[in-house]
Design a binder for this molecule. Structure first.
Ligand code: DAK
Length: 257
């Protein structure tokens, strides 16, 4: 299968899914999310023993959900978009082999959230992370309110989400958001090396370990994810959501209520 918005390469038991909208900094449209979901299904059918999620171009991993698509969404439409994003994040999280986020450049909003759903995050020195939804009058809606504090702790997650701070790769590593930072020209090699090592382990044992690790957050996280989906979708149609996103598209500062 081929897609307009992603590429999928499977080689030596390693699947590489690359979001391929570099002019829009790989922002996630409905088509893109559906393609990632289908790519993961195809990778699973091919018994991939490791998956790499990356973004095309030099500037971005994924700069977030597509703001030009979201700007006029109604709450029910936003709810559907929330369900789709959560399905993709869940498909990453429950993929039966490790998924590595290879982060070069911007990983913002929904892009950061997809990285959070991965098992491992490796960034290059130019990477920039942020849950910047607050600047658009909304909140993280694809798992960020639950997965971010689990990785970086409650206080840091609140700072990142309340302030929409953008942090560099070293800061992200210091707070536990990424496991490893490498030189800009070393990311692909390091990610390939790690993926090959993972693919050489016992696939059965890795799958069991992943299931057990995932179960650690099952109870409260499931409730929190459902609340997040509803709350985020409920913000669509408010003055601040419309103004925040319109301001981004018009390249000006937002005037919130
Ligand atoms: N969406 C759409 N287009 C985007 C985009 C995005 N997220 N990010 C960048 N682009 C587009 C820009 O509009 C620009 O398009 P043209 O003007 O060339 O047509 C092109 O990509 C290049 O971007 P810039 O010209 O802005 O490039 P710069 O290097 O100057 O700046 C930047 C790069 C990443 C700092 C800047 O583009 C930026 O701040 N982008 C927005 C980043 C952001 O705020 N991301 C978070 C989006 S909010 C939900 C669940 C989840 C979500 C929402 C709802 N539900 C529960 C309903 C998720 C929300 C998000 O992800």
């Amino acid at each position: 299968m081929t897609w307009d918005t992603i590429t999928l390469d499977i080689d030596d038991d390693v699947a590489r899914i690359t979001v391929d909208r570099p002019e829009q900094l790989n922002a996630l449209t409905v088509d893109t999310l559906e393609a990632i979901e289908e790519g993961l299904t195809e990778a699973a059918a091919a018994d991939a023993r490791a998956v790499v999620l990356a973004g095309a171009g030099e500037k971005a991993f994924i700069a977030g959900a597509d703001i030009s698509y979201m700007v006029d969404l109604s709450t029910p439409e936003a709810q559907a978009y929330a369900e789709l994003g959560h399905r993709v994040a869940d498909a990453i999280e429950s993929f039966p082999a490790p998924v590595i986020a290879a982060v070069d450049g911007y990983a913002l909003g929904g892009g950061c959230e997809l990285a959070l759903a991965c098992d491992l995050r490796i960034a290059d020195e130019s990477a920039v992370f942020g849950q910047t939804e607050i600047d658009l009058g909304i909140i993280p809606g694809w798992g960020g309110t639950q997965r971010l504090p689990a990785l970086v702790g409650d206080e840091t997650a609140r700072r990142l989400i309340f302030l929409g701070e953008r942090i560099d790769a070293d800061t992200a590593a210091e707070c536990g958001l990424v496991g490893e930072v490498v030189a800009d020209d070393a990311l692909d090699d390091r990610v390939d090396e790690l993926a090959e090592t993972l693919a050489s382990q016992s696939a059965t044992a890795i799958r069991a370990a992943k299931e057990a690790l995932n179960a650690a957050g099952d109870g409260p996280a499931a409730t929190g994810l459902a609340l997040e989906r509803r709350t985020c979708a409920g913000l669509f149609g408010t003055h601040d959501q419309r103004e925040g996103m319109q301001a981004f598209l018009e390249k000006r500062d937002a005037a919130f209520e």
